[in-house]
Design a protein around this ligand. Sequence first.
Ligand SMILES: Cc1ncc(COP(=O)(O)O)c(C=O)c1O
Length: 286
Amino acid sequence: MRSYSFPLFVLFRLQTTQAFRNIINFTERRYLSSDKSSLIGMMANPSTSDLNIASTLESVRSKIQSVCKASKRPIGDVDLIAVSKTKPLELLKVAYENNQRIFGENYVQELIGKAQEMPSDVMWHFIGTLQSNKANSLVKSVVPHVHSLTIETVTSMKLANKLNNAMKDFEGKKLDIFVQVNTSGEESKGGVSPNDVVSMCSEINDSCENLNLKGLMTIGAIGDLTCFEILVKCRDSVASELGRIDICLSMGMSGDFEDAIKQGATHVRVGSTIFGARDYTDKTRT
Ligand SMILES: Cc1ncc(COP(=O)(O)O)c(C=O)c1O
């Protein structure tokens, strides 16, 4: 009896040690396969543990580069706006550690809060519906603390004037804006009608000395690439009216940013492909 107990004990020890090693190896492989930054993200927010922001960002960047190359456009011609609306700060920090500097947000209070927590060299793009009564607080809470704030969703002269007035406090600084164009005709999509874009851009150019008309933006209908063509035409008309060749085009999201670049986008707004599906259960966001 005794002569068997020693080898059995040794065998048992060996097996448990091996099982323990397997667990360690598995854990190491899981964490080593993702980089340091995404590890931080995983620890900070376990619900996003399957996301590897470093690799989703890299994949989007390399697609942008490939399309630029194929379209014979300089690499770097297209700015990637990482749409981080509803996403926790920890994920934005992971993206920042992976050299992402431009972030897009849809809600005023969310942007103000995140801008206070993120490094000051972040360039923020506001891409949601902006009520003109919130323009002042958005500008005054964010502009003094950040590298830049761009409002992509200017849809009326009322809003343009409010933004212009809010910028009076920042002498010598201009606020970059995009005029949002409703290229699909859908009521649910905000924006100026393509027929009214030139006159509104001219008015902004003439009367809003604290704004810099950076370009035109559209959301477009899913799967309808004519929306991009319409925005390009609007841009051409605005460029010729104002005598400018540097009017940018913000168009293209997760599902169609490559098509948008082919058609001339200078800014693409990509959210779910980088950060995963959004969670809209928090109805208190403003
Ligand atoms: C104006 C705008 N642009 C871009 C995006 C990003 O969309 P996606 O997650 O499909 O990339 C959103 C998301 O809500 C948006 O509202």
